[in-house]
Ligand binder design. Structure first.
Ligand code: IPE
Ligand code: IPE
Ligand code: MG
Length: 235
Protein backbone atom coordinates (compact mmCIF):
# COMPACT_ATOMS: atom_id res chain seq x y z
CA UNK A 1 0.00 0.00 0.00
CA UNK A 2 1.26 3.42 -0.98
CA UNK A 3 1.20 5.46 2.23
CA UNK A 4 1.83 9.12 2.90
CA UNK A 5 5.03 9.69 4.88
CA UNK A 6 4.21 13.29 5.72
CA UNK A 7 0.65 14.40 6.50
CA UNK A 8 -0.22 18.04 7.18
CA UNK A 9 -3.56 18.86 8.79
CA UNK A 10 -5.53 22.09 8.94
CA UNK A 11 -7.46 21.36 12.12
CA UNK A 12 -10.48 23.52 11.39
CA UNK A 13 -14.01 23.78 12.76
CA UNK A 14 -13.53 23.81 16.54
CA UNK A 15 -15.68 26.92 16.94
CA UNK A 16 -18.52 25.64 14.75
CA UNK A 17 -18.44 22.27 16.48
CA UNK A 18 -19.03 24.00 19.81
CA UNK A 19 -21.60 26.46 18.47
CA UNK A 20 -23.64 23.62 17.00
CA UNK A 21 -23.88 22.28 20.56
CA UNK A 22 -24.70 25.69 22.01
CA UNK A 23 -21.35 25.71 23.78
CA UNK A 24 -18.73 28.46 23.84
CA UNK A 25 -16.16 28.26 21.03
CA UNK A 26 -13.32 27.55 23.46
CA UNK A 27 -14.95 24.25 24.42
CA UNK A 28 -14.44 23.27 20.79
CA UNK A 29 -10.74 24.08 21.11
CA UNK A 30 -10.54 22.02 24.28
CA UNK A 31 -12.16 19.03 22.57
CA UNK A 32 -9.84 19.62 19.60
CA UNK A 33 -6.86 19.00 21.85
CA UNK A 34 -8.23 15.56 22.67
CA UNK A 35 -8.23 14.82 18.95
CA UNK A 36 -4.63 16.03 18.66
CA UNK A 37 -3.67 13.48 21.31
CA UNK A 38 -5.63 10.71 19.57
CA UNK A 39 -4.34 11.45 16.07
CA UNK A 40 -0.72 11.77 17.22
CA UNK A 41 -0.95 8.37 18.92
CA UNK A 42 -2.53 6.70 15.88
CA UNK A 43 -0.26 8.22 13.22
CA UNK A 44 2.94 6.14 13.61
CA UNK A 45 1.01 2.87 13.21
CA UNK A 46 -0.23 4.12 9.84
CA UNK A 47 3.35 4.56 8.67
CA UNK A 48 3.36 8.33 9.07
CA UNK A 49 6.85 9.69 9.70
CA UNK A 50 6.02 13.41 9.85
CA UNK A 51 2.76 14.94 11.06
CA UNK A 52 2.33 18.71 10.76
CA UNK A 53 -0.59 20.30 12.59
CA UNK A 54 -1.79 23.85 11.93
CA UNK A 55 -2.51 25.09 15.44
CA UNK A 56 -2.56 28.89 15.11
CA UNK A 57 -2.12 31.06 12.05
CA UNK A 58 -0.53 34.48 11.78
CA UNK A 59 -4.03 35.71 10.88
CA UNK A 60 -5.65 34.16 13.95
CA UNK A 61 -4.48 37.21 15.94
CA UNK A 62 -7.50 38.91 14.37
CA UNK A 63 -9.78 36.95 16.73
CA UNK A 64 -11.33 38.30 19.93
CA UNK A 65 -8.79 38.73 22.71
CA UNK A 66 -10.63 36.29 24.96
CA UNK A 67 -10.45 33.48 22.42
CA UNK A 68 -6.74 34.12 21.78
CA UNK A 69 -6.04 34.08 25.51
CA UNK A 70 -7.85 30.76 25.90
CA UNK A 71 -5.92 29.24 22.99
CA UNK A 72 -2.61 30.41 24.41
CA UNK A 73 -3.53 28.91 27.76
CA UNK A 74 -4.29 25.60 26.04
CA UNK A 75 -0.93 25.64 24.20
CA UNK A 76 0.77 26.40 27.46
CA UNK A 77 -0.97 23.51 29.26
CA UNK A 78 -0.34 21.17 26.34
CA UNK A 79 3.37 21.90 26.51
CA UNK A 80 3.35 21.35 30.27
CA UNK A 81 1.36 18.14 30.24
CA UNK A 82 2.07 16.30 26.99
CA UNK A 83 5.74 16.67 26.14
CA UNK A 84 6.87 14.06 28.64
CA UNK A 85 4.53 11.52 27.11
CA UNK A 86 5.51 12.42 23.55
CA UNK A 87 9.13 11.96 24.54
CA UNK A 88 8.37 8.60 26.11
CA UNK A 89 6.72 7.59 22.84
CA UNK A 90 9.90 8.46 20.92
CA UNK A 91 8.26 11.42 19.13
CA UNK A 92 10.31 14.42 18.07
CA UNK A 93 8.54 17.77 18.47
CA UNK A 94 9.23 20.81 16.30
CA UNK A 95 7.58 24.21 15.92
CA UNK A 96 7.32 26.32 12.79
CA UNK A 97 6.22 29.95 12.69
CA UNK A 98 7.42 33.28 13.94
CA UNK A 99 8.25 33.69 17.63
CA UNK A 100 6.81 37.18 18.14
CA UNK A 101 4.32 37.97 19.59
CA UNK A 102 4.16 34.66 21.48
CA UNK A 103 4.99 35.16 25.16
CA UNK A 104 8.53 34.48 26.38
CA UNK A 105 7.12 31.75 28.57
CA UNK A 106 5.50 29.85 25.69
CA UNK A 107 8.59 30.33 23.52
CA UNK A 108 10.77 28.88 26.29
CA UNK A 109 8.52 25.85 26.62
CA UNK A 110 8.57 25.35 22.86
CA UNK A 111 12.38 25.39 22.76
CA UNK A 112 12.54 23.08 25.79
CA UNK A 113 10.19 20.60 24.08
CA UNK A 114 12.33 20.64 20.93
CA UNK A 115 15.52 20.09 22.90
CA UNK A 116 14.10 17.32 25.05
CA UNK A 117 12.78 15.35 22.07
CA UNK A 118 15.38 16.09 19.41
CA UNK A 119 16.92 12.60 19.43
CA UNK A 120 13.58 10.81 18.97
CA UNK A 121 12.97 8.80 15.83
CA UNK A 122 9.50 7.24 15.69
CA UNK A 123 7.76 10.27 14.21
CA UNK A 124 8.31 14.01 13.89
CA UNK A 125 5.40 16.09 15.14
CA UNK A 126 5.44 19.65 13.80
CA UNK A 127 3.21 22.33 15.26
CA UNK A 128 2.59 25.33 13.04
CA UNK A 129 2.07 27.93 15.72
CA UNK A 130 1.87 31.61 14.82
CA UNK A 131 2.55 30.36 11.30
CA UNK A 132 1.85 32.10 8.00
CA UNK A 133 3.23 30.81 4.74
CA UNK A 134 3.70 34.19 3.08
CA UNK A 135 5.58 35.42 6.15
CA UNK A 136 7.73 32.31 5.98
CA UNK A 137 8.62 32.99 2.35
CA UNK A 138 9.37 36.65 3.08
CA UNK A 139 11.56 35.64 6.05
CA UNK A 140 13.42 33.18 3.83
CA UNK A 141 14.07 35.84 1.18
CA UNK A 142 15.35 38.24 3.84
CA UNK A 143 17.70 35.63 5.32
CA UNK A 144 19.06 34.81 1.89
CA UNK A 145 19.46 38.47 0.98
CA UNK A 146 21.37 39.18 4.20
CA UNK A 147 23.85 36.43 3.35
CA UNK A 148 24.06 37.59 -0.26
CA UNK A 149 24.98 41.18 0.59
CA UNK A 150 27.69 39.85 2.88
CA UNK A 151 28.96 37.68 -0.01
CA UNK A 152 28.31 34.55 2.03
CA UNK A 153 26.14 33.02 -0.68
CA UNK A 154 26.13 33.48 -4.43
CA UNK A 155 22.85 34.62 -5.99
CA UNK A 156 23.46 32.12 -8.79
CA UNK A 157 23.54 29.32 -6.23
CA UNK A 158 19.85 29.85 -5.40
CA UNK A 159 17.66 27.05 -6.68
CA UNK A 160 14.52 25.35 -5.33
CA UNK A 161 16.41 22.98 -3.08
CA UNK A 162 18.62 25.74 -1.64
CA UNK A 163 15.67 28.09 -1.16
CA UNK A 164 13.86 25.35 0.77
CA UNK A 165 16.67 25.38 3.30
CA UNK A 166 15.75 28.94 4.28
CA UNK A 167 12.16 27.99 5.09
CA UNK A 168 11.04 27.07 8.60
CA UNK A 169 10.58 23.54 7.26
CA UNK A 170 14.21 23.00 6.18
CA UNK A 171 15.16 19.38 6.87
CA UNK A 172 11.54 18.24 6.56
CA UNK A 173 10.16 16.48 3.49
CA UNK A 174 7.24 18.11 1.67
CA UNK A 175 3.80 16.90 2.77
CA UNK A 176 2.37 14.06 0.67
CA UNK A 177 -1.15 14.66 1.90
CA UNK A 178 -2.99 17.72 3.21
CA UNK A 179 -6.14 17.14 5.23
CA UNK A 180 -8.55 19.93 6.10
CA UNK A 181 -11.55 19.36 8.31
CA UNK A 182 -14.81 21.33 8.63
CA UNK A 183 -15.77 21.46 4.95
CA UNK A 184 -13.79 24.59 4.06
CA UNK A 185 -11.96 24.13 0.77
CA UNK A 186 -8.98 26.46 0.98
CA UNK A 187 -5.41 26.44 2.25
CA UNK A 188 -5.56 29.61 4.40
CA UNK A 189 -1.89 30.57 4.05
CA UNK A 190 -0.58 27.14 5.06
CA UNK A 191 2.63 25.68 3.57
CA UNK A 192 2.14 27.30 0.15
CA UNK A 193 5.60 26.36 -1.10
CA UNK A 194 5.68 22.89 0.45
CA UNK A 195 2.22 21.78 -0.75
CA UNK A 196 3.08 22.22 -4.45
CA UNK A 197 2.48 18.55 -5.23
CA UNK A 198 0.60 17.37 -2.16
CA UNK A 199 -2.63 15.43 -2.50
CA UNK A 200 -5.52 17.42 -1.00
CA UNK A 201 -8.22 15.82 1.10
CA UNK A 202 -11.18 17.71 2.52
CA UNK A 203 -13.64 16.30 5.05
CA UNK A 204 -16.92 17.78 6.26
CA UNK A 205 -16.40 16.72 9.87
CA UNK A 206 -15.18 19.39 12.24
CA UNK A 207 -11.84 18.76 13.91
CA UNK A 208 -13.30 17.69 17.31
CA UNK A 209 -15.08 14.85 15.46
CA UNK A 210 -12.01 13.72 13.49
CA UNK A 211 -11.09 10.34 14.99
CA UNK A 212 -8.35 7.87 14.28
CA UNK A 213 -10.69 5.96 11.94
CA UNK A 214 -10.99 9.14 9.88
CA UNK A 215 -7.23 9.42 9.64
CA UNK A 216 -7.09 5.82 8.46
CA UNK A 217 -9.71 6.60 5.81
CA UNK A 218 -7.67 9.56 4.60
CA UNK A 219 -4.56 7.39 4.34
CA UNK A 220 -6.53 4.80 2.37
CA UNK A 221 -7.89 7.47 0.04
CA UNK A 222 -4.34 8.68 -0.52
CA UNK A 223 -3.19 5.19 -1.43
CA UNK A 224 -5.73 5.17 -4.29
CA UNK A 225 -4.42 8.42 -5.75
CA UNK A 226 -2.06 8.52 -8.70
CA UNK A 227 0.62 11.13 -8.28
CA UNK A 228 2.18 12.11 -11.56
CA UNK A 229 4.38 15.12 -10.75
CA UNK A 230 3.87 16.37 -14.27
CA UNK A 231 4.79 13.06 -15.86
CA UNK A 232 2.59 10.22 -17.09
CA UNK A 233 1.56 6.98 -15.41
CA UNK A 234 4.14 4.24 -15.52
CA UNK A 235 2.85 1.26 -17.51
C1 IPE B 1 -9.62 25.80 14.20
O1 IPE B 1 -10.97 25.96 14.50
C2 IPE B 1 -8.72 26.16 15.35
C3 IPE B 1 -7.97 27.42 15.18
C4 IPE B 1 -8.01 28.20 14.13
C5 IPE B 1 -7.14 27.82 16.28
P1 IPE B 1 -11.68 27.36 14.36
O2 IPE B 1 -11.51 28.10 15.63
O3 IPE B 1 -11.21 28.07 13.15
O4 IPE B 1 -13.19 26.93 14.21
P2 IPE B 1 -14.23 27.54 13.16
O5 IPE B 1 -13.62 27.39 11.81
O6 IPE B 1 -14.43 28.97 13.53
O7 IPE B 1 -15.43 26.71 13.35
C1 IPE C 1 -6.77 27.94 9.61
O1 IPE C 1 -8.10 28.00 10.03
C2 IPE C 1 -5.84 28.02 10.78
C3 IPE C 1 -5.87 26.91 11.70
C4 IPE C 1 -6.57 25.81 11.59
C5 IPE C 1 -4.98 27.01 12.83
P1 IPE C 1 -8.90 29.37 10.04
O2 IPE C 1 -10.23 29.07 10.65
O3 IPE C 1 -8.09 30.43 10.69
O4 IPE C 1 -9.03 29.70 8.49
P2 IPE C 1 -10.04 30.63 7.72
O5 IPE C 1 -10.03 31.97 8.40
O6 IPE C 1 -11.39 30.00 7.81
O7 IPE C 1 -9.53 30.67 6.33
MG1 MG D 1 -11.80 28.07 11.20
Amino acid sequence: MNRPKHIAIIMDGNGRWAQARKLPRVIGHREGINRVREIVRAAPDLGIKVLTLFAFSSENWNRPKKEIEALMRYFHDFLDNEVKDLDKNNIKVLFIGRNDPLTEEIQKKMRAAEEKTMGNTKMTLVFALNYGSRQEIVDAVKDFAHLAVKNKVKIESLDEEFFGRFLYTSNLPDPDLLIRTSGEIRVSNFLLWQLSYAELYFVKKCWPDFKKEDLKEAVEAYSERKRRFGGIDAK
